[in-house]
Design a protein around this ligand. Sequence first.
Ligand SMILES: Cc1cc2nc3c(=O)[nH]c(=O)nc-3n(C[C@H](O)[C@H](O)[C@H](O)COP(=O)(O)OP(=O)(O)OC[C@H]3O[C@@H](n4cnc5c(N)ncnc54)[C@H](O)[C@@H]3O)c2cc1C
Length: 291
Amino acid sequence: MKPPGFDYHRAASLDEACELLSACGEGAKILAGGQSLIPMMNFRLARPRVLIDISNIAEPNPVSEEPGGIRTRATTVQRVVENSSLVQEKLPLLSYAIRHVAHTQIRNKGTIGGSIANADPASELPAMCLALDAQFELRRHGARRTVPAAELFVTYMTTSLEADEIISSILFAEPPKRSGWGFHELARRSGDYALAGSSAVITLDGANRCTRARIALFGVAATPVRAITAEESLLGQVHSASLVKDAAHLVQGVLEPESDMHVTAAYRRSVAEVLTVRALDDAFRRALAAR
Ligand SMILES: Cc1cc2nc3c(=O)[nH]c(=O)nc-3n(C[C@H](O)[C@H](O)[C@H](O)COP(=O)(O)OP(=O)(O)OC[C@H]3O[C@@H](n4cnc5c(N)ncnc54)[C@H](O)[C@@H]3O)c2cc1C
């Protein structure tokens, strides 16, 4: 199927894209990699009146280090972040998780900002934003603001972005020293969206007690979710099988999965807990090995 008709503008800079977005008003949409928007237009699930193409904007420093962590420009394609040696060294969880997004060809076109703005609850990157305390820099014509990940994802494929706002960059916090990470997802086939997924970041002190924990899940509610009660149950504790099992059980409190043509909600609940046990065990193991 072909999309309904639309006007098309190619922006030469993010400033120009913001100007166009503000001038075109209701019905205008940003086109980044087109890997989600174009299929939705072809299925007529999205009917933008105007497309503002930002895919040719070459921004300097697509991935850079700064005191708060690692900043990626929103227009950076996913494959560049996946292959960045800086990301592999400082944010191995992000580097590993991106490899689970679709297929290489799609990651060569799809952008970091596009995946986050698309806010599919089964997507890996929005959940990584929660696990890594990300902050988004949002821009509109003549203004900027910073929003933490916890405030961006509102409900199914909906963010708190205003209609004339663009995500310009994402700052991922680098976890403290002696941190370890874990990531597990279940998908029907490699490259498919996850049926459910879980990730964890654990930080230990010199006595191997947990001082900081992040648990973020995807595919199990209308948004990616952080399991804060489960995180808190780990604080001050040393790793044990029962500690991890009990914490993973606590994630049930934040899950609101749905049944669909693939699996039931009950199955998603059960898988999410198992994946959280695995993610936590991996995160503790890596943190224990870290110096
Ligand atoms: C076969 C297939 C399998 C896939 N599997 C997965 C998967 O397993 N996991 C996964 O996470 N994703 C998956 N995807 C989606 C893929 O990751 C997309 O690349 C991503 O969702 C959208 O990125 P994009 O740059 O292509 O954005 P686009 O499709 O261009 O845009 C998506 C939405 O974001 C908005 N947007 C884009 N950039 C910005 C910005 N900077 N600021 C504000 N709004 C913006 C657009 O207006 C649009 O509403 C899959 C896609 C396909 C086709």
